[in-house]
Design a protein around this ligand. Structure first.
Ligand code: FE2
Length: 589
């Protein structure tokens, strides 16, 4: 009944569980009239226990005895930050190949800190090869005879999913000695030969067992509220070191030398268009066990691709690398930023898609753009497509530690690509300069980049060398402009195209922007002029054969990018950009 940011802990837990949308019914089962009333008065479902019970599981067993249910999940009442992904994982095992064998399922999380492993308050679990629990204990299990034994420790998390029968059985089985000794409920199942399947979840929640936990939880809740992307003040990092100029790429090895750690290699992630470019590869000057990985930028980076590269690096080297060097366009730069983050953070890349979710500092990472316009070399984000969403890992640890801006590296970019990527920069400026988040900081960068783009794409007397240098700086300024602002409608809609059709970011922006004259009239007019001047044909009708399902997904993805719409259309954006309006725009393209 303690207050947590204006609501009781129990009500928050109830609401969080309901909000996951995973359950047919959610009840609070309690022996306390105060709690019962709290839930009922807030419009929720509560059940009063009839009997006295030793533990929550018994209480739940009594409550569901006469209910027609298949699977029952016990969420502890003191877990208001219950995450959907954890519950989803624990439920998913009942759809797995060994579902028949499972009596109940629970969660575990990887542990690394010996202090925590040896702490009796943290319950450890060991599993067989199929992740069925072998034993739970407050002792470190298995005991490592050699301190550096390669074994993964798992901590048990108190979320259970039962088949109804297993739950009812539990109720009737008397406690035996091992459970009594360890004071761990689920040992009872093992003692009676039941099968407990463990799912792995690495998302951290906060359980509230003590007054200190409550203080911590209140703090988290408060911080969560202030970490919105459109807050007035942002203390954001900038790229600390940058070198500019034709031929500056040759400085790379002397820049890297002091950053090399003993036997730890530098990993170069290079766009595979350079596979046969011996000159460029020689100039990289790989030493010792440095590794070159060619990556395809054919498709936009995916969280899975990031995870695979990280796995490959960890599998090959016992040392964490000295650094990651990304050489390529926006996709390769984003991939490099994400890999450098995931080398020091647990779990998968999709767990960090969003704002400020990264916990540990990334390893040293360097960006070398070979196409200008995306602003990826300077931005605080990395755009990634995950299983559920297309969203960047936006964090203080994302920006590069070093950037090398060598305009000569952009020689040979195909004309269409040059145009689409340059327009990405131009569109960044239009969206930032017309947005509601704009301030003088953003404006100063945005205006400069906007003017540079006009000059590059519309003036007749600019040499190619000048144009390349200017576009490189336009990209930088365009990226800086959104650091304190945000992109808008074209980007939101382009993300939808990218997610459903795989349309690449630059061309997607152009397809969309061509039809946004109602929102960005002057910008779109100039865009059409540039398009005509360079004889660029923008693909048409790409949404005309979408199924309803695809169209709805596209709309969901686009509308999910709330800060972009807020920036473009203000607080009231939802009444301006309805689903119908958005569908109409997509069909027009
Ligand atoms: Fe962009």
């Amino acid at each position: 009944m303690q207050d947590l940011g204006g609501k009781t802990v129990i009500l928050r837990t109830y609401e969080a569980t309901k909000e996951t949308g995973l359950f047919d019914e959610v009840y609070v089962v309690t022996d306390s009239e105060v709690i019962f009333k709290e839930i009922e008065l807030s419009g929720g479902n509560a059940i009063m226990s009839l009997k006295e019970h030793d533990c929550g599981t018994d209480r739940i067993a009594e409550a569901v005895e006469n209910m027609d249910v298949d699977i029952v999940v016990n969420v502890q009442g003191d877990e208001p930050f219950t995450s959907k992904s954890g519950l989803e994982q624990v439920l998913s095992v009942f759809n797995g190949p060994d579902a028949e064998k499972i009596d109940l399922a629970s969660l575990m999380t990887e542990m690394y800190d010996w202090k925590e492993i040896s702490d009796p308050n943290a319950v450890k679990v060991i599993v067989d090869k199929d992740n069925f629990a072998l034993y739970f204990s407050r002792s470190p299990i298995p005991y490592p005879r050699d301190k550096n034994a390669a074994v993964q420790y798992f901590k048990h998390k108190g979320i259970y999913a039962f088949r109804k029968q297993a739950l009812l059985d539990f109720y009737q089985l008397p406690m035996r000695s091992m459970e009594a000794a360890e004071k761990i409920e689920c040992i009872r199942y093992l003692e009676y030969g039941k099968n407990i399947k463990m799912a792995i979840s690495n998302t951290q929640g906060i359980e509230i067992d003590t007054p200190e936990d409550l203080v911590r939880a209140n703090k988290v809740l408060k911080e969560d509220k202030t970490i919105t992307v459109n807050n007035k003040y942002r203390n954001f990092p900038m790229v600390p070191k940058v070198i500019f100029g034709r031929g500056s790429f040759d400085q790379l090895s002397s820049i890297l030398a002091p950053k090399r750690k003993d036997k730890a290699p530098f990993i170069y992630l290079v766009d595979d268009v350079f596979k046969d470019n011996e000159d460029l590869i020689n100039r990289m000057n790989l030493r010792f066990n440095d590794k070159l990985i060619f990556v395809s930028a054919e498709e936009e980076p995916k969280t899975e691709q990031v995870d695979n590269i990280v796995k490959k690096i960890k599998g090959e080297f016992t040392y964490s690398p000295s650094g990651i060097i990304g050489v390529g366009g926006g996709s390769v730069l984003d991939l490099s930023k994400a890999v450098s983050i995931m080398l020091t953070n647990k779990g998968g890349a999709s767990e960090y898609q969003g704002w400020d979710l990264v916990k540990s500092k990334a390893i040293y990472h360097v960006g070398v753009p070979t196409i200008s316009g995306t602003g990826a070399e300077v931005s605080r984000t990395t755009v990634l497509t995950g299983p559920e969403k297309k969203l960047g890992i936006n964090s203080d640890y994302t920006p590069f530690d070093q950037v090398v801006l060598d305009p000569d590296l952009t020689v040979g970019v195909p004309k269409n690509q040059w145009f689409y990527t340059g327009m990405d920069c131009f569109i960044h400026c239009v969206e930032s300069l017309n947005g509601t988040f704009l301030n003088e900081f953003s404006k100063s960068y945005g205006e400069k980049a906007y003017d540079l783009c006009k000059e590059i794409f519309l003036s007749e007397n600019l040499s190619e060398v000048e144009s390349r240098g200017k576009l490189m700086m336009a990209s930088w300024h365009g990226g800086m402009s959104i650091a304190y602002s945000q992109v808008g409608i074209a980007h939101a809609m382009s993300y939808g195209l990218g997610y459903v059709l795989g349309t690449k970011h630059g061309i997607g922006n152009c397809i969309v922007f061509d039809h946004l004259e109602d929102y960005y009239s002057e910008g779109v007019r100039l865009f059409k002029e540039m398009k005509a001047y360079h004889n660029i044909n923008i693909p048409k009708g790409i949404c005309s054969n979408l199924s309803d399902y695809q169209m709805n997904t596209m709309i969901d993805i686009a509308l999910g990018l709330v800060p972009l719409w807020e920036n473009a259309l203000g607080d009231d954006w939802e009444s301006i950009m309805t689903r119908d309006k958005l569908r109409e725009l997509y069909l027009k393209m």
